[in-house]
Design a protein around this ligand. Structure first.
Ligand code: NAD
Length: 793
């Protein structure tokens, strides 16, 4: 639905909406303006004449001499014209050049500025003006130049050429990004800037795919509006300083200079501006904003080097001088700035695209869980007698991996020997990534039951890989040292291209709900589809490819103890999950150099960090050990249950457990409710009303029908010892006259799973605030009226 609004922002009246420019005459009349001079660039002359005609007698003519960077000669000529026609207002139609000229005239001309923006420059929302004289751009702030009226009409941007659209959107993005690291921001502006980044980045992707996407045009213009007002509040920082210095010195195109520089300046500010990085991560829906901006620049096809904009290489030193000696830029390290500008000048070199992440059809597996496996991709690659031969076969590097401390009990000990082409430590320095959505801080535990609707697939115009698609729902305990648990959701539509993830904190159990995952691990390939699960032990590097194009599901993370089969007790030595049904990979390697850089994202102590390396980490030719990823097909679960009356506890359906202690408490259990026979007599099949000393996170993989109100992909939480039970409708049905007390088959289409922990569940801010929160959930339990009748025992 299209958006429209009118708001008085200080002395500026803002009118937003498709078609609003057609009513501009009445908005201008309301200002009391009687003699309006329309200014534009030469290229916008026809549109300016049309507008002038629409204003009727109110218009005193069109002046189409506006030029980029507002040269003082142009201002002088325009001022002469202004005096000649005796205008009381200047209406700028166009981008920052036309608006800049109108502002320059308002500086001492006693006229009011009216703006009809047709690019995303945002200049209309600021009291900032700029003029160029002798190759030097001078900027300043003056409330007199702030427009009295801004009319945003997305229809006017429909025909904006593709190249201008893209660079102008980057210009707007830079305004919002720069505001995020301003130290003087109030929360309102910070929120506006973050929302601007979200709107602008998504419209950049959408307009790249379809420049005529009217909805994206509207979102882009609203993003530009928010970005402009963020810039007005925050003021310009290092990024703008650089753009103005370079633009003035070398006559570079303004918006394109923003596009080239922004990913570099964000990288430059990464270490010192963690809050801005977190906001960017949230807005861009990624774990690494620097990498995401570089990717966005690549896909939007904007210029990516100062060289291609025409800047001479020797200009770098002059520009650095001008920036470091400017009073407004604070203390800046000359060498670091030179390096950043040199990289921006050179731009990225072209690299071959990484091969698609698809599990080869001949990739083998081997059965077993927790046992020692071994595998070699080349004959004789695995040393037989010893682990560290001085010269390992094929010149491989032996590498020991200890997943548990050396001296834990044999039953708990987990280790691995890998024989690889290059050592794992051949990588660059790690830099911190923001905890934007994945690994976001946990709030307080709360006893309220909640349900979340399924995660939406990422917009098809954006590329969200498995790692960027992760968002933390909540968790509890100690997520740094253990015991702790966390639940994450994912929704993705792209392969992890030259990027691997390793979670040094704990094991990950990945439960797909939609879409197959092709998982490349250091130890080989695994494939998992909905109905199966994937277990990645701590710190094993892996990358996920999406053969179906999109995927979503859940991830259970346990910190402290490893997953294992539950003790079976009196059930005996058979039943439930069987270790032989877990499938580990066979060794499979690539000896591939990645000159563009392969990114390793690591999680340690609950924090993400990234390092680049120049080779694929999937270069293990042979390995042996028991710290091994595996898959498990849930249809092989041998469910146990009652054959008389009453219901066993759901623990009877535990697939895997990570014990908290040796008394039956668990950091987390993974429980499945598979298709099965229910034969209890005189009993109540659905879970009874219950208060459980455990946090229960339930998830619906698939259902036979959504009648019960639970759609596939939904997630619901019953906090520790909070009363929960079945819906009013289900309860009434089970006690109603049509209920038949006969054996029943829970249909094959039905698959529910549960993560259960003896620790409380503390939700993230995202989990509490996301629009996926199902506000009507608790109403499903309303109206269970009393059935008590003291006369009927
Ligand atoms: P611009 O105004 O020069 O517009 C770029 C080109 O697009 C021009 O040739 C213009 O004629 C054309 N154009 C504009 N709208 C069009 C449409 N709807 N269809 C087809 N063509 C169209 O450039 P810009 O990027 O909008 O603005 C850059 C200038 O604005 C720079 O001088 C910059 O310094 C200034 N600026 C100032 C502020 C501020 O707050 N003072 C903020 C941002 C930018």
């Amino acid at each position: 639905m299209s958006r429209s609004f009118t708001i008085e922002r200080g002395k500026t009246r803002v009118v937003f909406g498709a078609g609003s420019s057609e009513r501009i005459a009445s908005d201008i009349a309301a200002l009391g303006a009687e003699r309006v001079l329309v200014v534009s660039t030469a290229g916008r002359n026809a549109a300016a004449e049309l507008l002038s005609g629409r204003l009727g007698a109110c218009s005193v003519g069109v002046l189409n001499i506006a030029r980029e960077h507002v040269p003082v000669e142009v201002v002088a000529e325009a001022r002469r014209e202004l005096l000649r026609v005796g205008a009381d207002s200047v209406l700028a139609l166009g981008g920052g050049s036309a608006i800049g000229l109108a502002k320059a005239l308002a500086l001492d001309g006693g006229v009011r500025v009216i703006a009809l923006p047709t690019t995303y420059s945002g200049s209309e929302m600021t009291p900032i003006y700029g003029m160029t004289e002798g190759g030097q751009k001078k900027t300043g702030r003056d409330e007199r130049v702030r427009p009295a009226l801004v009319v945003y009409d997305p229809n006017l941007t429909a025909a904006l050429p593709r190249a201008i659209t893209m660079t102008s959107l980057w210009n707007a993005l830079a305004h919002a990004v720069e505001a995020l690291w301003s130290s003087t921001l109030d929360r309102a502006t910070a929120l506006a800037a973050e929302e601007a980044v979200r709107l602008l980045a998504s419209s950049l992707s959408r307009l790249t795919a379809r420049p005529d996407d009217a909805e994206a045009r509207e979102a882009a213009l609203e993003g530009a509006y928010l970005a402009g007002l963020s810039l007005a509040d925050a003021g310009a920082g290092l990024h703008h300083k650089l753009c103005h210095v370079l633009g003035g010195m070398f006559a570079l195109p303004h918006a394109a200079t923003h596009a080239v520089l922004l990913p570099h300046v964000v990288g430059f500010q990464r270490a010192t501006e963690p809050q801005a990085m977190a906001a960017l991560g949230r807005a861009l829906l990624v774990v690494d904003p620097v990498e995401a901006l570089a990717r966005l620049a690549r896909v939007t096809g904007v210029p990516r080097s100062l060289r291609e904009l025409g800047m001479p290489e020797e200009g770098i030193a002059r520009a650095v001088d001008a920036v470091v000696t400017a009073p407004s830029t604070g203390s800046l390290e000359r060498a670091a700035l030179t390096q950043m500008l040199t990289e921006a000048w050179s731009g990225p070199s072209a690299h071959p695209a990484p091969p698609p992440l698809r599990r080869p059809s001949d990739a083998g597996t081997q059965p077993g869980l927790g046992s020692t496996h071994e595998s070699e991709a080349l004959p004789g690659a695995l040393p037989r007698r010893q682990n560290i031969p001085r010269r390992a076969p094929y010149g491989l590097f032996p590498e020991l991996f200890n997943g548990t401390p050396f001296t834990v009990k044999n039953a708990d000990n987990s280790r691995l020997w890998m024989y690889r082409v290059r050592p794992s430590f051949a990588h660059g320095e790690f830099t911190s990534l923001p905890s934007a959505r994945f690994t976001a801080p946990l709030g307080d535990a709360c006893p309220t039951r909640m349900r979340w609707r399924p995660m939406a697939s990422p917009d098809e115009t954006s590329t969200t890989d498995f790692l960027d698609g992760l968002v933390t729902l909540g968790g509890g305990g100690d997520l740094v040292a253990g015991p702790g648990w966390a639940v994450h959701l994912y929704a993705a539509n792209a392969d992890m291209a030259d990027r691997a993830f390793a979670d040094a904190d704990g094991d990950l159990l990945i439960v797909p709900q939609q879409g197959t995952l092709d998982c490349r691990t250091e130890l080989g390939w695994l494939r998992v589809a909905p109905g199966s699960v994937l277990l990645i032990p701590r710190a094993i590097k892996f990358a996920i490819g999406l053969p179906d194009g999109a995927a979503r599901g859940w991830v259970l993370e346990v910190v402290g103890r490893r997953f294992r089969l539950p003790e079976r007790g009196p059930i005996g030595s058979n039943g439930l999950a069987d270790a032989r049904h877990f499938l580990a990979p066979q060794a499979s390697f690539e000896d591939r150099l990645c000159r563009g850089g392969f990114q390793i994202v690591n999680k340690l102590g609950g924090r993400l960090a990234a390092a680049m390396q120049e080779h694929s980490p999937f270069d293990v030719v042979a390995w042996h050990g028991n710290h091994v990823p595996c898959t498990y097909d849930l249809s092989l679960f041998n469910a146990m249950g009652t054959v008389t009356f009453d219901h066993p506890d759901p623990s009877i359906l535990t697939v895997l457990t990570a014990p908290l202690d040796d008394h039956g408490r668990a950091i987390a259990d993974f429980v499945v409710f598979p298709p099965r026979w229910e034969v209890a007599e005189h009993s109540f099949r659905p879970p009874v009303m219950h208060r459980n000393a455990a946090s229960e996170v339930n998830m619906v993989v698939s259902v036979a029908s959504v009648d019960a109100g639970y759609e596939p992909g939904c997630t619901f939480l019953s906090p520790l010892l909070t009363a929960h039970g079945v819906t009013t409708k289900a309860y009434d049905h089970h006690l109603g006259p049509e209920f038949e007390d006969v054996p029943k088959r829970i249909p094959d289409e039905s698959l529910w799973v549960m993560f259960e922990s003896a620790l409380p569940m503390q939700l993230t801010a995202w989990a509490r605030e996301t629009p996926l929160v199902d506000a009507g959930f608790l109403q499903l339990f309303d109206g269970l009226s009393s059935r008590f009748d003291p006369s009927k025992p």
